[in-house]
Design a protein around this ligand. Sequence first.
Ligand code: ADP
Ligand code: MG
Length: 695
Amino acid sequence: MPDIKLNSPLQFLKGVGPRKAEILARCGMHTVQDLLAYYPRLYLDRTNVVPIGKVKIDEYATIIGEVKAHGILYGKRRRYEVILQDDTGAISLLWFQGIRYWERLFKKGQKFAATGVVGYFMGTQMVHPDLERLDEDSDRMVHAGRIIPVYPQTAELNKVGLSSKGMRKLTSYVFDNLKEKLPDYVPEVEYTGYGLPSYHEAVAGIHYPDSREQIETCRRRLSFDELLKLQFFVYRNKGKKAAIVKTHRYLKPGEKLTWIKKMLPFELTPAQKKAVREIFTDLQKEHPMSRLLHGDVGCGKTVVAVLAALYAAENNLQCSFMAPTEILAEQHYRNWKKPLEDVGVRVGLVTSSLKTARKKKTAEWCADGQLDILFGTHALIYDYITFKRLGLVIIDEQHRFGVEQRGKLYAKGDNPDLLVMTATPIPRTLTLTLYGDLDVTTIDTLPPGRKPVQTVWRTSDALPQVYNFIADEIKKGGQVYIIYPLIEKSELLELGNVEEAYRELARTVFKDYRVALVHGRIKAKERDDILKRFREGATDILLSTTVIEVGIDNPNATVMIVENAERFGLAQLHQLRGRVGRGDKPAKVIAIAHKPISEIGRKRLEFFASENDGFKIAEADLMLRGPGEIFGVRQSGLPELKTADLWRDRDLLEGVRLLLENIYTNYNTLDNKYLKLYNYLKTRAAGLDLNLGGG
Ligand code: ADP
Ligand code: MG
């Protein structure tokens, strides 16, 4: 009997050897414990296999079928296609990478299980599905009602016999001969309350579950641990900042602030006033501020941030104000230059497309302190930009920047105050989790007089009427956006593209109107001119991709059409909608869906049409899509979550937070069990443990 321990190197396990060990190591698996943290990515059983003829567009499905044909398809992008068939129909599986590998893998008549999101392009398809070769064995297992774990696969792993089946063999061998249990750092009372198993049971169950319910409880236990580490990581950063003392001190707000408030064309809303108060109070403190300012699209965050910048300037400190696009940075600069200069504050702008001479001059002025507020894009983080006394860093649409970029800008000052803003509101669960190290200011009302944007959705059959409506709107003096998902025609996606639409519409239905085209591949300078003309009313219809998503302000634009709206996420649709209804005229958004429309797509559009509240939209989006894409978890610098789902597991998140708070407040009288947990978390977090393993 071999003696397998958790820290046994994999190389010496039966059937592994140096070659396999090397490949495993490249996937992050060195010891038995690492291997056990390599969880299956999905499970096959009779309950989740859908007949091929019954798959639904946009839904995640597993199908089982025989290879009917396979081969390379040539076109703009080479791809490998496999036709998989069962008694009810056929589906096309597609790969754009690893063609040579796939070529060798498939043989006619072989059986495979494929799992992925069903798409549609002249028939149903799956792009890059998870694939499991079904031999006699597994085929029989599925039909006998067993659950088969499918492991994440790479061509490399497959090559050395560590396909899903190989991994199953290896893990089951390990479990059979493991001489110790996986250690559990969480005190038992903490997880049994949720009906969760011990850590060891959870890991065993995730590899070899007997039922779907077991997979879920095991997943939840692993999530509990994952969330615990995540939350600890966030809190740890919070503690660090609180220990720093700023070198600068703020005096009471002075005349400049009073003047500029008088000059504003509007009165601040109570929510804005409260936000300003919170930020100013923070600035006056001896520890650096770390504050998140969020609220619905158009709630007026910019003016709040500008007042903060002005307060810094009054106190003889510089402020850098970073925005994610040139358009936005310039817009901020243009809008605020005059009022700020009128009260004696010197402002500058730096973006990559400005002339070198101008950038150099700006950099010089900034370095010797002649500029108070420097607006800009990520160009602000380049080394040639330095500050004499950077006291406040403002980052607009912060989720658009990576941690590193934010860090670089921050490092240009001596522990400056930090204010970050997001484009859309963030659900509470997430502000506490992802931004637990920040204090949060929420602007929860819109400026007065805003009429809610009327939103409807239609299928593409209605386009002729929609075009008529656009024409009427322009005759009434309005301006229109039409948004497309793609820039140019794609072979992979059957979606509208803005270039083709422009060529077509500008010479047919809209030939009597002034139509313009804008997208991300147009040079920044030209793009700005196009937007400027639109803003000045020299263009009636602007065809665009989502480049106009953030920040663009044209109060006279009253209508927005979104083509292929079924393809956009809720938060993004809401963000796009924020581009209209910024003036006093009533505004309308028409979301156009193209058939076939999935059930989920339909629900999403109905929700979008019926809900104007960005906070509700954000929650629904989190629930429908998961937080990764939306809130840039991946960029946030926090550990990536393997099993936890911030929405589904929000009860655990709450529990984890209480547990940690309990540990912090009672640190001096902690029970041994909790001390052990605390020390464990500390060592895990110490190495900036971005890769949460299982143990
Ligand atoms: P966001 O929060 O989405 O960044 P902005 O700061 O761009 O929103 O503000 C949206 C629009 O609302 C701008 O045109 C701004 O001038 C206007 N605005 C901001 N605050 C007020 C207010 N208190 N009253 C009226 N209009 C306001
Ligand atoms: Mg904004």
